[in-house]
Design a protein around this ligand. Structure first.
Ligand SMILES: Cc1cc2nc3c(=O)[nH]c(=O)nc-3n(C[C@H](O)[C@H](O)[C@H](O)COP(=O)(O)OP(=O)(O)OC[C@H]3O[C@@H](n4cnc5c(N)ncnc54)[C@H](O)[C@@H]3O)c2cc1C
Length: 427
């Protein structure tokens, strides 16, 4: 237990001083915290969300000591793990029992409980976000009671609470349906953004996993494709992302007033990038190290609206926000049935924009948001947005049902911080 520690999220944008930070190492400790610790109670994973989801001036509950494998079923490819397990450890423990996560996002630093809490996702038209792997959940509700849900018996409740923003209880264990371990052939190449947008649907659909980054002011994108392979492994080239960002930042600073020259130089650098082409086991492919801190907004749009929305975001950035140098990330995610999932019943194109953590991201984000909204976007729960309950009611067909379940699970509002009250319209 720590008293009045200063806490910040990964980017440093969200900060506060919870009255207490608790690190229970067993279920009784979690129950005790829910029943007695000063509220509001918020669970924190790895603090990688860009919004104040985990922040509270009451008790912050970390499941840092709640990690590791509980049990597994080899025939069914199901593994039950503690909810504080970091994705990096999760990958390794799954590999050791012959299982693999079907897909992953960009990093492996999040806790699985945190990743589930905000519908964290990777890219691939046939793949849902992590929560679509849920087979069973154990959580402590707002009354301090331990609940067990399984997909076979409690399908509706799993769909209601699988994406929960830490507002439906403290997740202590989860069973995930995985797949047998596999190998991926990963390739990256550069192409003009016009070509990319014209071929958006076939290119995003032609690979097991596909995504691309648009580099502002360059007119070009880097496309990343991963496909199953049974070839021998080859070395994964050293990551160049950090050096690339340093170059883009330098060009931004030096050539802010000369966008044409800036674009020309970026294009020539991109043309000289070594083509990436390797085969590796799944756990060595997806995640990268992100050292340069940034803030991020990501909206999930109906898949077919992706190219139009991106073209408008690019135009906005290049006309009005010369300070932006981080590449924009474009991914696809399969539809699912989870009530608070941004992918609810909607094949999705996700577009993410980033802003250097050293500068105020809000003017850029505020200008971009109406474009995302115009195309029916739903914001990533863990990334910057300015939406409130009335907006979510329009965007989520089962919003009211989810809120009724939340009231039942947490009648006293133990998990309701001022930020959550605002988000859920509870004032
Ligand atoms: C560098 C970077 C890269 C990223 N890449 C991606 C990406 O590729 N794809 C993507 O979709 N997102 C990505 N994100 C966003 C990130 O995955 C989400 O914000 C995720 O929720 C963070 O996980 P966390 O463990 O840090 O959770 P936190 O941010 O600490 O918490 C997130 C939410 O989960 C809740 N929570 C955490 N643990 C529990 C628990 N045990 N029980 C109940 N609730 C819990 C919290 O209360 C909170 O509401 C990235 C973020 C960063 C900083």
């Amino acid at each position: 237990m720590t008293d009045t520690a200063r806490w910040t999220n990964w980017s440093g944008f969200v900060e506060g001083s919870p009255r207490r930070i608790l690190n229970p190492d067993n279920l009784d400790g979690v129950v005790e915290a829910v029943k007695t610790a000063p509220g509001p109670l918020r669970v924190v994973g790895a603090g990688h969300s860009f919004t104040p989801l985990a922040l509270t001036d009451g008790t912050m509950l970390s499941l840092e000591k709640f990690q590791g494998l509980v049990s597994h079923d080899t025939a069914a490819n199901v593994a039950r793990v503690r909810a504080g397990t970091k994705l990096g450890s999760l990958m390794r423990l799954l590999q050791d029992i012959g299982q693999g996560l079907p897909n992953m996002g960009d990093i492996d630093k999040q806790a699985i409980g945190g990743a589930l809490g905000t519908a964290t996702h990777g890219s691939g038209r046939r793949f849902g976000a992590y929560h679509t792997q849920l087979e069973a959940m154990q959580f402590v509700d707002g009354r301090g009671e331990v609940r067990e849900l399984t997909l076979t018996k409690d399908r509706d409740m799993i769909h209601a609470t699988g994406v929960a923003l830490g507002a439906f209880g403290v997740l202590t264990e989860v069973a995930l349906r995985n797949i047998p371990t596999y190998r991926l052939h990963r390739r990256k190449w550069v192409l003009p953004i016009k070509e990319m947008l014209a071929e958006f649907e076939p290119m995003m659909g032609a690979h097991r996993s596909a995504e691309f980054y648009y580099v502002p002011f360059s007119g070009h994108a880097q496309f990343i494709a991963s496909d199953l392979s049974d070839k021998p492994v080859s070395p994964r080239p050293p990551e160049e992302d950090e050096e690339g960002l340093a170059t883009l930042r330098k060009l931004r600073t030096m050539l802010r007033l000369a966008p044409w020259l800036r674009g020309m130089i970026i294009r020539s650098v991109m043309a000289r990038l070594p083509a990436e082409d390797y085969v590796q086991d799944w756990l060595n492919v997806y995640a990268s190290d992100r050292r340069t801190r940034f803030n991020e907004m990501e909206y999930h749009l109906p898949f077919e609206e992706g190219p139009k929305a991106l073209a408008e975001i690019v135009e906005l950035t290049e006309k009005r926000f010369a300070e932006v140098y981080f590449p924009m990330e474009v991914r696809s995610v399969a539809a699912d049935e989870f009530w608070l999932s941004p992918f609810y019943r909607r094949p999705t194109c996700s577009i993410a924009i980033h802003h250097d953590a050293a500068n105020d991201p809000r003017p850029f984000m505020r200008a971009a948001e109406p474009i995302f909204r115009k195309y029916g976007g739903r914001p990533h729960w863990g990334k910057m947005h300015n939406l409130k309950a009335a907006d979510f009611e329009e965007l989520y067909p089962r919003w009211k049902d989810a809120m009724a379940v939340r009231r039942d699970i947490d009648p006293e509002g133990r998990f309701v911080s001022p930020y959550m009250a605002d988000l859920f319209g509870l004032k």
